[in-house]
Design a protein around this ligand. Structure first.
Ligand SMILES: CC(C)(COP(=O)(O)OP(=O)(O)OC[C@H]1O[C@@H](n2cnc3c(N)ncnc32)[C@H](O)[C@@H]1OP(=O)(O)O)[C@@H](O)C(=O)NCCC(=O)NCCS
Length: 238
């Protein structure tokens, strides 16, 4: 799909490992998003362990405070990939190092066509605009290839960075859900933010106009980029 300065490719090659799901790759100007494979385990566990204290205040956690070990969480993530969940690992293009994760959770089809997203980026790379770029790619994919209608993000009111991120992407505030989810072991109120496929093209165009020049490669190619890709299209490119 033509996506401004982003080229999105879907690779259908199957890997001869226990993970037989097709790998999907989305390419941006500075980052690459890819669905996880078993070979990502070591790096994933390493960045999760190093950033544990940074993520801890914002992450869902059972009342007993227990958290699965990174290796177990990684295995669950691999296993969960399918019709109701799609996760992308985010890599910095220049270093090829893993820096973030975006999950499309609870994918509902039928008349709902909705997903709830989750995301984090390692501390070292926060505040550089990588997550904005990564979520733009993800939203293009969700509304394009995945053909979903609505994307929801839920955050605790004190998570200013997360709020600023979804606002910048054009999500709308839909209201406050009381005692919605356990964060760091406590039932916490959550703000609901959402965006629909009808809203995304305008939000996307506005974002591309406002992004710092260093994160763009070809601003002239921004018009009509958020249309749905042709049905059955596997390789999406300009
Ligand atoms: C929430 C979180 C994902 C936000 O990530 P982030 O790094 O702040 O997001 P971005 O990479 O888009 O950076 C945004 C900031 O960088 C600035 N920026 C710097 N360079 C930029 C560029 N090239 N393009 C766009 N923005 C850029 C933006 O202006 C923005 O600042 P602002 O928020 O003051 O407006 C991150 O803080 C995080 O992982 N936190 C811990 C886990 C968490 O809270 N997860 C979410 C739970 S709901």
């Amino acid at each position: 799909m033509a996506t401004g300065d982003m080229t999105i490719r879907r690779q259908s090659a199957r890997k001869p490992t226990s993970c037989t799901k097709p790998t999907i790759t989305l390419r941006g100007a500075r980052i690459l998003l890819r669905t996880p494979t078993p070979s990502d385990r070591r790096e994933y566990c390493s960045i999760r362990t190093t950033n544990d204290a940074y993520f801890r205040p914002w992450e869902p956690r059972a009342t007993d405070g227990s958290v699965p070990k990174p290796a177990i969480a990684f295995q669950r993530m691999l296993k969960a990939q399918g019709d109701t969940c799609r996760t992308f690992l985010v890599f910095e293009s220049t270093t090829n190092s893993m820096i973030a994760r975006i999950s499309c959770n609870q994918i509902f089809r039928g008349p709902f066509q909705n997903t709830i997203i989750g995301y984090w980026i390692i501390r070292k790379h926060a505040g550089k605009g990588y997550m904005t770029e990564a979520l733009m790619l993800a939203l293009d994919h969700i509304f394009g290839d995945m053909k979903l209608h609505r994307v929801e993000a839920n955050l605790v009111p004190k998570n200013a960075r997360s709020r600023s991120l979804v606002k910048r992407l054009g999500f709308r505030f839909e209201g406050l859900a009381k005692r919605y989810l356990q964060i760091a072991g406590r039932w916490s109120d959550h703000e609901h933010w959402a965006i629909t496929v009808e809203e995304w093209p305008r939000a996307r165009a506005r974002l591309l106009r406002s992004r710092p020049a260093r994160s763009r490669t070809n601003p002239a190619r921004t018009a009509s980029r958020a249309k749905r890709p042709a049905a059955k299209s596997h390789t999406i490119s300009r």
